[in-house]
Design a protein around this ligand. Sequence first.
Ligand code: NAD
Length: 439
Amino acid sequence: MADRYLHLTGTAPGRFLTRRLGLPQPVGLRRWSLATPSLDGPLLHLTAGGSLLGDTLAPVLAATGLEVVRRADRPAGIVVDATGITTAAGLGGLHAALHPVVRSLVTGGRIVVLGTHPSPEDHHQAAAQQALEGFVRSLGKEIGRGATAQLVRLAPGSAAPAESTLRFLLSPRSAYVSGQVVELTGAAPDPVADWVAPLTGRTALVTGAARGIGAAVASVLARDGAQVICLDVPQAGEELGRTADRLGATALPLDITAPDAAERIAAAVPGGLDVLVHNAGITRDRRLANMPAERWAQVIEVNLDSVLRTTDALLEAGTVNRGGRIVATASIAGIAGNNGQTNYAASKAGVIGLVRSLAPRAAAGHGVTVNAVAPGFIETKMTAAVPLLIREAGRRMNSLSQGGLPIDVAETTAWFAQPASTAVNGQVVRVCGQSLLGA
Ligand SMILES: NC(=O)c1ccc[n+]([C@@H]2O[C@H](COP(=O)([O-])OP(=O)(O)OC[C@H]3O[C@@H](n4cnc5c(N)ncnc54)[C@H](O)[C@@H]3O)[C@@H](O)[C@H]2O)c1
């Protein structure tokens, strides 16, 4: 559904009027396209209080393709290495680094602060490193003009595991991701032969792929070189066929809650699966007092139980190849809760529990990562059905003052799916423009 307000503020009279009335000022986001594949300007590399990454960061920043500089009048991105901050006083280095330059960041620019994991043995280091989280989340809320801010925590020693993450966060692909904290393990990235099509030779299956976010995910994975299988319920067969045809993908009409769903998926991928995206989801909203047991059960069954069942069965059968990537779809409702959505929010919070618990074991036992996207307000048929006032509130109550698009969730999923994202495991990344809900 078109966001007319965003169009209005994109015009000079609209901007003038809304500014005079003190209304939100969303900036049209610049997303990835062949014409705009990267940020438009240099990447400013700053260090605040020493680094635990030595000289490993420079080549990783250079790999983004941006011009990396130590001074810039109008940077398109700023990376601050704050891994060496271990005391409260040391946080002054962060202020000293960013205070003079934050205003010069271009519209739609990116700030990424690099930190390290708060230590369970050193509460001074833990305090200083945890402080970075509050800093980044506040910065995301105040920079405005379509710019974003994130914190990436790295294991000390090497920045190499962060390459795919920095390429994503410092690009137009992450336009609707802000205020996030991404914790990386020290796992070395799997080699990437071609960063333009990193999924070449890989097979990906997306559930709920006939339309909406799932269709966008399938499209982006195909763009990145994957052979895609689009799964959706048989009732959506026609739409599913159209989506699959458009992408040169295979259609698999199948209800994911069917008892033999995992076997049928395995039969459809004789060479195994490299990317498994659990996107299918439903809502059956009612307040708890009015909710019949069947509405409760349907939502838990589709959104959570089938995800648990198929994940277990496909991992146990060895259908997910080593180096595989499992991506589940949560929601900010699973973090913040929502009136009338006890069933939905429970299912999506359950997805987060699944991801956090399984991720380390899946990596150790199968060489597979498990992560979740948690979309906020995304412009789809699901949200078009929301009453006008609630829809407007959902769109504006975030740092970017607008709804996201299915492509934003898809780009985040594609980053998780990359061979080079081995160090991204057990993460729940919100694609919500830093929604105030559950912030
Ligand atoms: N749209 C949003 O703002 C938003 C926000 C947060 C989370 N999400 C989540 O993102 C995912 C996609 O949402 P969407 O907005 O694209 O929804 P949508 O309703 O447009 O698409 C969901 C798809 O899943 C399919 N599906 C439903 N039950 C299935 C089953 N049993 N087996 C196979 N396929 C099934 C549907 O047929 C449909 O094609 C869902 O998990 C949803 O909960 C969406």
